[in-house]
Design a binder for this molecule. Structure first.
Ligand code: CA
Length: 228
């Protein structure tokens, strides 16, 4: 379930976008100004960002520039919203690294189509990817996981959990973030579920002689971290 971050200060626009993107099965998070948007994205990177040009606090173009300058956030696709007649701004928007732009007033179906197109482009790259971390390797196309060359059999849930952890080694994920990413918000599961599945993932990944790659951070959550 892809998470889309909307950074826009006009409630009517936010509501229109949220309503229609949720209907498409996306998860939506909103920020009403540039500063809040930056914080939310850095705290928990979304799959795509819809960013308005005109924003209080930090302007949209600056939000875009900052996100594209940081290695943790630069690959997140950004769609910039601009008002009609801001042609120069539009160009400047793209110069700052926005992946696409849409001129207001927009048709909702156009936004939805662009979102799908951008996500397809990004996930096409991801599909062929082999993600490695230390002696761990995950092939996203074959759904195969190996550790030091040894094949590891995971349940679909443990596989998704590992995929999330591998996306950001070292990042401490709260149980809530993991629930959100692995199970989705609509399914009722509690924090304990995360602990149970982390336990199973650990048991499957680690043979006696192996280093434990999952770090438990007391009062916070879990992290893929073999340095600890
Ligand atoms: Ca605005």
């Amino acid at each position: 379930m892809a998470l889309i971050q909307i950074i826009e200060d006009e409630p009517a626009q936010v509501e229109l976008l949220s309503y229609n993107l949720e209907a498409e099965g996306f998860k939506i998070r909103q920020a009403m100004d540039g500063e809040e948007g930056l914080l939310q994205v850095q705290e928990d990177p979304p799959d795509l960002i819809i960013l308005d040009w005109m924003l209080p606090e930090v302007p949209g173009v600056e939000v875009c520039r900052r996100l594209k300058a940081q290695s943790e956030t630069k690959k997140i696709p950004i769609i910039m919203l601009t008002a009609r007649g801001e042609e120069d701004d539009r160009v400047r928007g793209l110069n700052t690294g926005a992946d696409d732009y849409i001129v207001k007033p927009f048709s909702v179906s156009e936004v939805v189509a662009r979102v799908h197109a951008l996500l397809r482009r990004t996930s096409a790259v991801l599909e062929e990817e082999v993600i490695t971390y230390q002696d761990l390797s995950l092939n996203t196309e074959q759904h195969r996981v190996t550790r030091a060359g040894r094949h590891i059999k995971l349940s679909p849930t443990e596989y998704r959990l590992l995929l999330v952890l591998l996306a950001k080694p070292g990042k401490v994920w709260t149980r809530e973030q993991l629930l959100d990413r692995v199970w989705g918000r609509d399914i009722f599961v509690d924090d304990r579920t995360v602990d149970v599945h982390i336990g199973r993932l650990r048991a499957t990944l680690n043979k006696k002689e192996d280093k434990d790659l999952i770090r438990t951070v007391r009062g916070a959550g879990y992290s893929l971290d073999g340095e600890a």
